[in-house]
Design a protein around this ligand. Structure first.
Ligand SMILES: NC(=O)c1ccc[n+]([C@@H]2O[C@H](COP(=O)([O-])OP(=O)(O)OC[C@H]3O[C@@H](n4cnc5c(N)ncnc54)[C@H](O)[C@@H]3O)[C@@H](O)[C@H]2O)c1
Length: 300
């Protein structure tokens, strides 16, 4: 390090007025200079979610379950919102006191409205929405050649509309409270990149074409909402996972691992840190972003 720079650091370190500076009135009056989580809080405090209420749609799912638990571990009151009452109830029970199950079909506008309203009524605020539901029809997952226009339309509608509808209702509740809120939408690596179809060779799996439209849509919807809702204190971001291990079969898993810089598929827990960060005040100046959690898949 050049000696000039060392001296500057020494000067700052020895400045007797240094500790007094942050609390001065002019600084706290400036929205630009004022940290959202306050001068006295530490970065550890900023990740703390005590006092916040989070709704996780698809909270009983592979990823939603881990995310619900992670948000509760950080102190949030969590509403596990899922259409599957049996699994959703179990998830809430496993997490314990901080978690509550809500039986919700996110493709039903009335259900979504009721979910948001009752959450605010019961817990006093809605601070975090995580869109992690994965509604699809019985034909979802077909090959490009087998898919029909009806299936395309139904799956895009079920998935993309429900993400919008939950975000729309949640943002209305967040705008109405002084503290704003944070919305996290689950995207995918396939929202930013085309599938590598050689990955599926020798397996029964594929990446359905609807998924490309849904996830591309979710990511740009995220940017739109972030831009529109920023002035209302509502942050909107996306987390885009790579493939999460779920017994996909040996051939697929090996082929996936070979293409991934970190050499493995994701575990659901790998996604939790990204969501907790974006939900928390540690990300108070982050909006409209897509946090890709993929073991490096998309860098090559
Ligand atoms: N698993 C992966 O490999 C992966 C990779 C990239 C992105 N993602 C994304 O992450 C999100 C979560 O995926 P997952 O793997 O946890 O899916 P999942 O199928 O394990 O869980 C989805 C949950 O949504 C619930 N759900 C379905 N329809 C619903 C409805 N109409 N109303 C309410 N709940 C409903 C299901 O009951 C289930 O509990 C999705 O957006 C998915 O696209 C997943």
């Amino acid at each position: 390090m050049p000696s000039g720079r060392k001296e500057i650091y020494a000067t700052i370190a020895n400045d007797p007025t240094r500790d007094e500076q942050p609390a001065n009135a002019a600084a706290t009056e400036s929205p630009t200079r004022r940290p959202a989580f306050g001068w006295s809080a530490t970065m550890t405090d900023a990740f703390d979610l005590h006092g916040k209420t989070a709704v996780v749609t698809g909270g009983a799912g592979l990823i939603g379950r881990a995310v619900s638990r992670g948000l509760a571990d950080h102190g949030a009151t969590v509403v596990v919102a899922d259409v599957d009452a049996s699994r959703g109830g179990k998830v809430a029970d496993e997490i314990g006191g901080h978690a509550h199950f809500a039986s919700v079909d996110v493709t039903d506008e009335d259900d979504v409205e009721t979910l948001i309203e009752t959450t605010v009524e019961n817990f006093g605020s809605l601070d975090v929405l995580v869109n992690s539901a994965y509604p699809r029809n019985e034909n979802y997952g077909q090959s490009y050649e087998e898919m029909t226009l009806d299936d395309w339309e139904e799956n895009v509608t079920l998935n993309l509309n429900s993400y919008f509808s939950a975000a729309y209702r949640a943002s209305a509740a967040m705008r109405a409270q002084e503290t704003g809120g944070s919305i996290v939408n689950f995207g995918s690596i396939y929202g930013v990149q085309a599938p590598d179809f050689t990955l599926y060779e020798g397996t029964d799996l594929t990446s359905p074409v609807e998924y490309a439209a849904i996830k591309g849509g979710v990511l740009n919807l995220t940017r739109y909402l972030a831009s529109y809702l920023g002035e209302h204190g509502v942050r909107v971001n996306a987390v885009s996972p790579g493939g999460v291990y779920n017994d996909q079969g040996e051939t697929f898993v090996r082929q996936y691992e070979e293409r991934t810089p970190l050499g493995r598929m994701a575990n659901p827990d790998d996604l939790v840190g990204a969501v907790v960060y974006l939900a928390s005040d540690a990300a108070s100046y982050v909006t409209g972003q897509n946090l890709v959690v993929d073991g490096g898949w998309t860098i090559s």
